[in-house]
Design a binder for this molecule. Structure first.
Ligand code: LMR
Length: 343
């Protein structure tokens, strides 16, 4: 009995000592390498494309630069391929603070931010210089600022590339070629109207489901960049590609605003610098990737490729005029003139 009491007292004493020892209070095991970790700021960055794409690479680059510039105080964890959220879910996740950063295609936001429809207008970007000027200049800044009313911090516009047409049914060159075909679209009023004006049937499909929809012939074709066609292997389940460059697919890089607002000023400055550098880098990189992957598709895939002849391009543009008229009626001419200043 005396032995039992003695052992119990010893056990209680040891447990009390253990409990009040600060090293064991939080993590159980003290590890001096973890000192300072409490101060680390973790940013979860979710996106829907593969890692070897313009957005995937830009997200990685931003993560590296953010860590370098803040001396490791900020850690950006990138979640690609919709492993956390699909394109339908990511905006809610950002607003609720389940992730701190996303980079949806701006097309996906045009219902929510109607003035942004200007970026989806067919043939609005004539070349890469237009893209760079709009994304990094006053028009881009103005569009990003509008997000503040929605309690979102707009960090930048990132580039992917010009959109091309692909189909399983028919080469899409003449306007009649679109008649009766079903096209997967991103949920964007302008893109929907574009395909309707072509005589096709547009249906919105989340990006992670596109391959299967093409494979099972629930949709006949779609518009997308070479990089997405390549990295998601859409070329395996499609026959025809038209190099049309009829629109541009880019991204709005967004951060949860309450999260951004509570970051210390120097960290905000360092993250903004990291974002600027990434944006300049991806503008070059994305162009290069799309060009290289186009060469690969020409040589290695079964796609029949047609370059949209100038004559047909003029007809496409003519057919698209009502989309411009509707935009002008609603938002006026100012942004259009800033994008293409009168000569
Ligand atoms: C798409 O849905 O086609 C794109 O938004 C995918 C992406 O993020 O590039």
């Amino acid at each position: 009995m005396r032995l039992f009491i003695g052992t119990s007292v010893l056990t209680i004493l040891s447990l009390t000592l253990l409990f009040f020892n600060p090293f064991f209070q939080t993590n159980g095991i003290y590890d001096d390498e973890q000192q300072g970790l409490n101060e680390q700021i973790v940013i979860k960055f979710s996106h829907v494309v593969a890692e070897n794409t313009p957005k995937g690479l830009a997200a990685q680059k931003f993560a590296e630069l953010a860590s370098q510039k803040t001396n490791g105080k900020v850690k950006v964890d990138v979640f690609p391929n919709a492993v956390l959220y699909s394109d339908e879910e990511e905006m809610d996740a950002l607003m609720q603070g389940d992730v701190q950063m996303i980079a949806p295609t701006y097309s996906n936001l045009t219902d929510f931010m109607p003035e942004w429809q200007v970026l989806d207008l067919p043939f609005i970007f004539r070349n890469h210089d237009d893209v760079e000027r709009v994304f990094t200049g006053p028009v881009g800044n103005h569009l990003l600022k509008l997000l503040e009313e929605k309690n979102i911090k707009g960090m930048a516009f990132w580039s992917n590339g010009f959109k091309q047409m692909i189909s399983n049914e028919k080469s899409l060159v003449h306007l009649e070629d679109f008649q009766g075909q079903t096209f997967r679209i991103m949920p964007s009023p302008v893109i929907e109207e574009q395909f309707q004006l072509f005589g096709g049937h547009p249906i919105p499909v989340p990006f992670p489901e596109v391959y299967q929809e093409l494979e099972t012939h629930r949709v006949d074709g779609l518009e997308n960049t070479i990089s997405n066609i390549f990295s998601k292997r859409f070329y395996q389940v499609q026959h025809y590609l038209t190099l049309s460059n009829h629109g541009y697919l880019g991204y709005a890089v967004l951060m949860n605003k309450p999260f951004w607002d509570q970051l210390p000023r120097p960290i905000q400055r360092q993250l903004s610098e990291a974002m600027e550098e990434t944006t300049v880098w991806i503008l070059k990189q994305s162009k290069h990737m799309n060009e290289q992957q186009f060469e690969w598709l020409k040589k290695q895939s079964q796609l029949e490729i047609t370059i949209l002849p100038e004559k047909e391009k003029q007809k496409w543009m003519e057919q698209m005029k009502p989309v411009y008229d509707r935009y002008r009626q609603r938002f006026g001419n100012q942004l259009l003139q800033e994008i293409h200043p009168p000569q």
